[in-house]
Design a protein around this ligand. Structure first.
Ligand code: SF4
Length: 448
């Protein structure tokens, strides 16, 4: 049995916007392909690269910077540490007729192919890299699946992990939240996660990793709250978080739900602008967890509580990832923003002193009311409805937590049932609503 728990240092990966599946994943895939070539001693023989995008990566890839990210990966840029400005704009330059040098090799527009109707590669987000020598012989060809949250795997009935950085799973096996709760004893969900994490990363490695995640989340809120202007991509969407935050602070009252919405918008505007964000559990849904955690810190949560929040959120996100999906291309937006809301609601309940049963209840309330939510980003950009959707989900997380804290944890619909319902709903959902921008707001909102 594959362990369910995904390390928080993987679940919350530091990267760049605007998408974990369409930007961070392809960048990692490109880097993985390039390092594989280097290991084989073939890099010096490459005369041409080809990149082929399939399914959703082809349908909405340009708006999500997928070609830019794939090429940056071939150039061995790391999403966690690179200057985002070095990633974005590559495809636009190709479209303008430029020849780029990628990993020392000339590359033109025709070297990137889009096949949006090909969806039989093992996942809706698939891509191939091909390296050819000077006479056109294929030196290496590799297919990757970007399965959401920045995770990449190689295809097959039983997808296997590829070279680092990739998904790493740790800890005990648990098939469901009910099973996990039954075996917790006196421990909290965060205690359970900490045991698994420390076995993998050691105490210092875990603490340092969690600190880095929070520092980057905090920075994405605070930079977003002081950045104005218009987002890239042609929709001319103005950044609104900074003005909203100023307005709220100037008012006589500062409702928590409004403030947390401003925090979430700040992060998602950073993401839409291609800036540095942390997948939580994806980039499209990157605003909810940091916003609610920022709210908790504003209310006095210290370092220990920050770590407890992140670990609790990771337990919930891991379970959803294992039993349903955190990918909009697989399950629609319920899988992205719905998952983020469940993670944030449960984690906030934990740091408020809620019992594991109340944490489970909060996560269930949050997820249940995102069931059926479709993914239909206008113009393939992670802006409309994504930015406001995170803002609303962040305030929903506060409400879900409050409702759970007012009860004793007993309730009718379990989190496991909500997750299974989300899985089934995602399976039934038309492909139009799975990050293809061929349905919903993506077609009813005029864009020219
Ligand atoms: S609509 Fe939701 S799932 Fe789709 S790109 Fe936006 S945030 Fe992600």
């Amino acid at each position: 049995m594959t362990p369910t728990y995904v390390s928080a240092l993987e679940m919350f990966s530091i990267g760049i916007g605007p998408s974990s599946s369409h930007t961070v994943g392809p960048m990692r895939a490109g880097e993985c392909f390039a390092s594989g070539l280097a290991k084989l001693g073939l890099r010096h023989r490459v005369a041409r690269y080809k990149v082929v995008l399939y399914g959703s990566l082809a349908a909405t890839g340009v708006g999500h910077s997928t070609p830019d990210a794939a090429l940056a990966g071939l150039d061995s840029l790391d999403p966690a540490t690179c200057d985002p400005a070095l990633v974005h704009g590559r495809y636009a330059r190709l479209e303008a007729g430029e020849t780029l040098r990628v990993a020392g090799v000339p590359l033109v527009l025709a070297d990137i192919e889009f096949k949006p109707r090909v969806r039989d590669k093992g996942h809706a987000n698939a891509m191939s890299f091909v390296a050819l020598d000077a006479v056109g012989e294929v030196l290496k060809e590799q297919l990757f699946l970007s399965i959401g949250g920045g995770f990449i795997v190689q295809p097959g009935a039983d997808p296997v992990q590829v070279d680092a950085p990739v998904e790493r799973v740790v800890g005990s096996d648990y098939a469901s939240m009910d099973e996990l709760l039954a075996g917790l004893g006196a421990r909290s969900l965060a205690d359970f996660a900490r045991e698994a994490e420390e076995a993998l990363h050691g105490v210092d490695g875990l603490e340092t990793g969690l600190d880095a995640i929070w520092e980057n989340m905090k920075a994405s809120v605070e930079i977003g709250l002081r950045t104005e202007g218009t987002l890239p991509g042609g929709l001319r969407v103005p950044r609104r978080a900074a003005a909203l935050h100023r307005h709220l602070l100037a008012a006589d009252e500062h409702p928590a739900e409004s403030l947390v919405s401003a925090y979430a918008m700040a992060v998602n505007e950073q993401n839409a602008g291609g800036g540095r964000v942390v997948t939580a559990p994806t980039n499209g849904a990157a605003g909810v967890v940091p916003a609610v955690l920022y709210h908790a810190v504003q209310r006095g949560a210290g370092r220990e509580k920050v770590h407890e929040f992140l670990l609790t959120a990771c337990v919930i996100g891991s379970l959803i990832k294992a039993n349903a999906s955190i990918s909009g291309a697989e399950g629609g937006c319920q899988a992205e923003v719905g998952s983020a809301c469940a993670m944030a609601a449960g984690a906030l309940t934990a740091v408020r002193g809620g019992t594991p049963a109340q944490v489970e209840n909060a996560a269930e309330i949050a997820l249940e009311h995102h069931l059926g939510l479709t993914c239909d980003p206008v113009a393939g950009l992670v802006q409309i409805p994504c930015i406001e959707r995170n803002a609303v989900a962040a305030s929903t997380a506060l409400l879900a937590s409050r409702m759970a804290m007012l009860g004793d944890g007993s309730h009718l619909v379990s989190l496991d049932t909500a997750i299974e319902t989300m899985r089934q709903t995602g399976a039934d959902m038309s492909e139009k609503y799975k990050e293809t921008s061929t349905g919903g707001l993506a077609v009813t909102v005029p864009y020219c």
